[in-house]
Design a protein around this ligand. Structure first.
Ligand SMILES: Cc1cc2nc3c(=O)[nH]c(=O)nc-3n(C[C@H](O)[C@H](O)[C@H](O)COP(=O)(O)OP(=O)(O)OC[C@H]3O[C@@H](n4cnc5c(N)ncnc54)[C@H](O)[C@@H]3O)c2cc1C
Length: 512
C-alpha cells in the first residue's frame, strides 16, 4: 500500500464516527483537484475511486494543457481565456510534468479558415497568454520542421505554443499533494449507495473491491466527481440524466512510423474537424474523434472500426510517404468526455466543454470541464461546499500546486525525499524495453504509488503498455521479479495478473 494511502481502511473506519467534512466520489482529475483545494482549505477530506486513480477519462485525454483554439473559433472566449491562464500557471508550477509544446499549423491553398483568420486567432491566443509565441513560416521553412507532411499546395504555416502533460501523472501528482495536506484517498473502493439523513445526502456506503468489505463513510458534504458515470449516482437523488457521453479515440504510433519532432494541428480532409499529432513519451499520439458513446459505462471504451478508418484516412492524407495503417500503431485508446447535453440537435463538436455543478438533496455533482481547468472547477465546487458547511472559502488562486517538501523528481511527479531515499539496486538504470522508464522508477511506483494490479503499473504509473508492442508482452518477464518482490505476489498471483492485463489490453488497446 502506498505511503499516501497507507492505513486508509482503518483511518476511514475510525473516521466513521467523527465524519469527514467532504467525501469525494471519483478519483479522476476533477476529484483530485477538489481534494487538493479542500484539504488546503483545512477541511477533512476523503476520496474514493472505484477502480484505479485516473482510470476513467483522465487517462485517455489528448494530453494537452491548452487554451483550446477550437473554443476560440466557436466564440467561447471566456473558456479559452480561462484555459490559457491555467496553462501558464501549470507550466510554471509543474515543470517537467506540464511542459511547453510548439504546434505547427499548416495552411494549404484552399484551406478555410485561411492564413488571415488563423493569424488573427493566434494573435488573440498570444494576447491572452501575455506573450507573443506564434509566427508564420514559408513553405520551405515549414517543410524543414515537418519533413514528412504533404507539401502539395502548402502555402506555409504557423507555429504556436501550448503545453503537454501525462494526464495520469498530473492526476496522481495532485492527489499526492492533497494527501500531503491531510486528504485520505483510496483506489478500488466503490461508492455503492448514498446515505441519507433527513432526505439529505450524508455519506456513502462503499465497498473495498479488493476484499469485498463494505463500510460507511459519513461526511457533511458529498461530491459526485464521477465524470461520465455521474448520472448513475444522480439517479439516487432523483436527478434527471443530463450527460451526453462523447467518445474520443487516439492511436499511439512508434516515433519512427510517424516522426513529428513538434506537434501538428491538422483538419480532417473529410469534415475539417481538428486533429493532433503529438510527440509524447518517445512515441506519436494521433487523434482524436468526437462521437456519441453508446456502449454501457461498465465496459471500458475502445476505438471502433469506423474511428480507426477515419483517423487512418487523415494520417495517410497528410503523411502519404509514411504509408501508415492501424497495424503500424503500438496501441489505441479511447475515453468518454463527460459533456453536459446542450441544445437538441447540436453536433458532438458543438457541445460545450464548460463544467457544470448541480446540487440535489445535498449531493454536489460536477461534470464537464477539462484537464487543463481542474483548479478552476475545484474552486467553483469549494464555493458550493462552503454554502453547505456555512463557511466561506477564499479562492486561493495564487498558491502554487507544489508543496515545499515534494519537489519534482523523475518525470516531475515523484516526491523527491522518498525517491532519493529509496535503496539503490544494480539494475536501477535499466530501461523498460524502448521506453524512457527505468526500473528504479517502476520500483518507486510499486512501493509508493498505490499499485494494486499489473495494469495499474503498465497503463497508468507508467504508460509502457501504450508505448510497447503488444502492451509490453516481451518485457513482462523482465519486471516479474521486481513486481512480485514489491507487492508480495506468489507466482499464481503473477500469472493471474498477467492474464487479466493482457486480456484487457487485447480487448481495449490492440490497434485494429
Ligand atoms: C478523447 C479526449 C481527449 C481529451 N483531451 C483533453 C485535453 O487534451 N486537454 C484537456 O484539458 N482535457 C481533455 N479532455 C477532457 C478531460 O480528459 C476530462 O474533462 C477529464 O479527464 C474528466 O475528469 P473527471 O475526473 O471529471 O472524470 P474521470 O477521469 O472519468 O473520473 C471519474 C472517476 O470516477 C470513478 N467512479 C465512477 N463511479 C464511481 C463510484 N460509484 N464510486 C467510486 N468511483 C467512481 C471512475 O472510475 C473515474 O475514475 C479530453 C477528453 C477526452 C475523452
Amino acid at each position: 500500500m502506498a505511503m499516501w494511502t497507507e492505513g486508509w481502511r482503518s483511518r476511514f473506519q475510525a473516521a466513521a464516527e467523527t465524519r469527514f467534512d467532504v467525501l469525494i466520489i471519483g478519483g479522476g482529475i476533477t476529484g483530485a483537484g477538489i481534494a487538493l483545494e479542500a484539504a488546503r482549505a483545512g477541511l477533512q477530506v476523503a476520496l474514493v475511486e472505484q477502480n484505479d486513480f485516473a482510470s476513467g477519462t483522465s487517462s485517455w485525454s489528448s494530453k494537452l494543457v491548452h487554451g483550446g483554439l477550437r473554443y476560440l473559433a466557436s466564440g467561447d472566449w471566456r473558456l479559452t481565456r480561462e484555459s490559457v491562464h491555467e496553462r501558464q500557471r501549470l507550466m510554471r508550477d509543474l515543470p517537467g510534468l506540464v511542459e511547453p509544446l510548439d504546434f505547427m499549423l499548416p495552411v494549404y491553398v484552399h484551406d478555410k479558415p485561411g492564413r488571415a483568420a488563423l493569424g488573427a486567432a493566434l494573435g488573440l491566443y498570444d494576447l491572452m497568454a501575455g506573450k507573443r509565441y506564434s509566427h508564420y513560416m514559408t513553405p520551405a521553412t515549414f517543410g524543414m520542421h515537418m519533413p514528412y507532411l504533404d507539401r502539395t499546395d502548402l502555402k506555409g504555416g504557423f507555429v504556436y505554443r501550448d503545453a503537454v502533460t501525462d494526464d495520469v501523472g498530473l492526476t496522481l501528482r495532485v492527489l499526492i499533494e492533497a494527501a500531503a495536506h491531510g486528504a485520505l484517498a483510496a483506489n478500488y473502493v466503490r461508492a455503492d449507495e448514498l446515505i441519507f439523513e433527513h432526505d439529505t445526502v450524508a455519506g456513502a456506503r462503499v465497498t473495498d473491491r479488493e476484499t469485498g468489505a463494505a463500510f460507511d463513510i459519513r461526511a457533511a458534504s458529498v461530491i459526485n466527481a464521477t465524470g461520465p458515470w455521474s448520472d448513475a449516482l444522480r439517479e439516487r437523488v432523483d436527478g434527471r440524466p443530463q450527460l451526453r457521453p462523447l467518445r474520443g479515440s487516439h492511436f499511439v504510433f512508434p516515433f519512427h512510423a510517424l516522426p513529428v519532432a513538434r506537434a501538428v494541428t491538422l483538419f480532417h480532409p473529410d469534415d475539417r474537424r481538428p486533429l493532433f499529432a503529438i510527440p509524447w513519451q518517445g512515441a506519436t499520439v494521433f487523434g482524436t474523434t468526437d462521437l456519441d458513446h453508446e456502449q454501457p459505462m461498465d465496459e471500458p471504451p475502445r476505438m471502433s472500426a469506423d474511428e480507426s478508418d477515419y483517423l487512418i484516412a487523415a494520417v495517410r492524407h497528410y503523411f502519404p510517404s509514411r504509408d501508415l495503417y492501424a497495424a503500424d500503431a503500438f496501441s489505441a485508446f479511447a475515453g468518454v468526455r463527460p459533456v453536459v447535453r446542450g441544445e437538441p440537435g447540436a453536433s458532438a463538436s458543438e457541445e460545450s466543454r464548460e463544467s457544470a455543478i448541480d446540487v440535489e438533496k445535498g449531493l454536489i455533482t460536477v461534470t464537464g470541464g477539462k484537464l487543463t481547468t481542474f483548479r478552476v472547477t475545484a474552486h467553483d465546487v469549494l464555493e458550493r461546499v462552503g454554502q453547505v458547511l456555512g463557511r466561506q472559502f477564499t479562492r486561493n488562486t495564487a498558491a502554487p500546486i507544489i508543496h515545499a517538501g515534494t519537489t519534482a523528481a523523475g518525470r516531475g511527479v515523484r516526491p523527491r525525499p522518498a525517491y532519493a531515499a529509496m535503496p539503490a539496486a544494480a539494475d536501477d538504470a535499466t530501461r523498460l524495453g524502448t521506453t524512457d522508464y527505468c526500473l528504479r522508477e517502476l520500483r518507486f511506483a510499486l512501493v509508493h504509488e498505490a499499485v494494486a494490479h499489473l495494469d495499474d503499473l503498465m497503463l497508468r504509473r507508467t504508460r509502457a503498455g501504450l508505448l510497447l508492442c503488444k502492451g509490453g508482452l516481451q518485457q513482462l518477464p523482465q519486471i516479474e521479479p521486481l513486481v512480485r518482490d514489491a507487492l508480495g505476489w506468489d507466482s499464481a498471483r503473477w500469472d493471474r495478473e498477467v492474464e487479466r492485463y493482457l486480456a484487457h489490453w487485447q480487448a481495449v488497446h490492440a490497434p485494429a
